[in-house]
Design a protein around this ligand. Structure first.
Ligand code: DX5
Ligand code: ZN
Length: 216
C-alpha cells in the first residue's frame, strides 16, 4: 500500500497558515488534513470553505478535508469549489450516505467515509466499492491532542482483510509509536496534528513517521 502522511492543520499556528502549509510541503507531507467542525456534530467550531479556498492558493499538496458536520451533503459543492481533493464525511451524520458519496464523486473529488470510535466498521462495507478511502477515528472527534485508542486496531484489521486495496486513514493520537501499530494493522494514510506541529522540527517528525510506518 502507498503510505501517506497527512499533517492536521488544526495543530498549526492559525496566524501563519501560509508558512505552516509551506513547512508541510517542504517537509514531504503527502496530503494536508483540514478539520471542519460545525459545533453541532462535534462540540467545537473550526474553519469552513472560504479559509480552505484561501489556503489552496498557496499550497500544492492535495487537500484531505475531514467534515465533522451534521449535514455534509449541503456543503459538498462549497468544499469541492474550495479545492478539496478528498472529502471525508461521517457515516453518523444526518446526510444520506449514498447521496453524499455520489455528490462528492460528481464534484470531481475522491469520496471517503469516517466512523467514530463507537461505530462498527461493518457499517461502511456496503459503500466501500464507491469509496477511495475510509477514515477510522482513533479518538472521539472534536479536538486535537487526545490519546490514541488502541481498541480501534481490530477495526483496521477487519477493514483491511475485507478490502485489500482501499486507503485506510487513521486520525487521532497518531505519533511515532502509535503509527507502527496502525501500519501493522493495515492502515496506510496517517493524520498527525500534534506529532508534527508540536515537535521542534516538523520535517524530522514527518520523516520519523514515514520511517515508522515502513515507508523508508
Ligand atoms: C480530531 C481531528 C484530528 C485532530 C488530530 O477530531 O479529526 O484530525 O486534528 O490531532 P492529533 O494528531 O493531535 O491527535
Ligand atoms: Zn481529522
Amino acid at each position: 500500500m502507498n503510505i501517506k502522511i497527512s499533517p492536521s492543520m488544526l495543530a498549526s499556528d492559525f496566524a501563519n497558515l501560509e508558512s505552516e502549509l509551506k513547512k508541510c510541503e517542504g517537509a514531504g507531507a503527502d496530503l494536508i488534513h483540514l478539520d471542519v467542525m460545525d459545533g453541532c456534530f462535534v462540540p467545537n467550531i473550526t474553519i469552513g470553505a472560504p479559509v480552505i479556498k484561501a489556503m489552496k492558493r498557496v499550497c500544492g499538496v492535495p487537500f484531505d478535508v475531514h467534515l465533522m458536520i451534521e449535514e455534509p451533503l449541503k456543503y459538498i459543492d462549497d468544499f469541492a469549489d474550495a479545492g478539496a481533493d478528498i472529502i471525508t464525511f461521517h457515516i453518523e451524520s444526518k446526510s444520506d450516505t449514498y447521496e453524499t458519496i455520489n455528490k462528492i464523486i460528481k464534484c470531481g473529488c475522491k469520496a471517503s467515509v469516517s466512523v467514530k470510535p463507537k461505530t462498527d466498521i461493518e457499517e461502511v462495507f456496503p459503500f466501500a466499492d464507491k469509496l477511495s478511502m475510509v477514515l477510522i477515528m482513533t479518538v472521539e472527534p472534536g479536538f486535537g491532542g487526545q490519546s490514541f485508542m488502541c481498541d480501534m486496531l481490530p477495526k483496521i484489521e477487519k477493514l483491511r482483510a475485507k478490502f485489500p486495496d482501499i486507503d485506510i486513514e487513521v486520525d487521532g493520537g497518531i505519533n511515532s509509536e502509535t503509527i507502527k501499530e496502525c501500519a501493522a494493522a493495515g492502515a496506510n494514510v496517517f493524520v498527525a496534528g500534534s506529532a508534527v506541529f508540536k515537535s521542534e522540527n516538523p520535517a524530522n517528525a514527518i520523516e520519523t513517521l514515514k520511517k515508522n510506518a515502513g515507508m523508508i
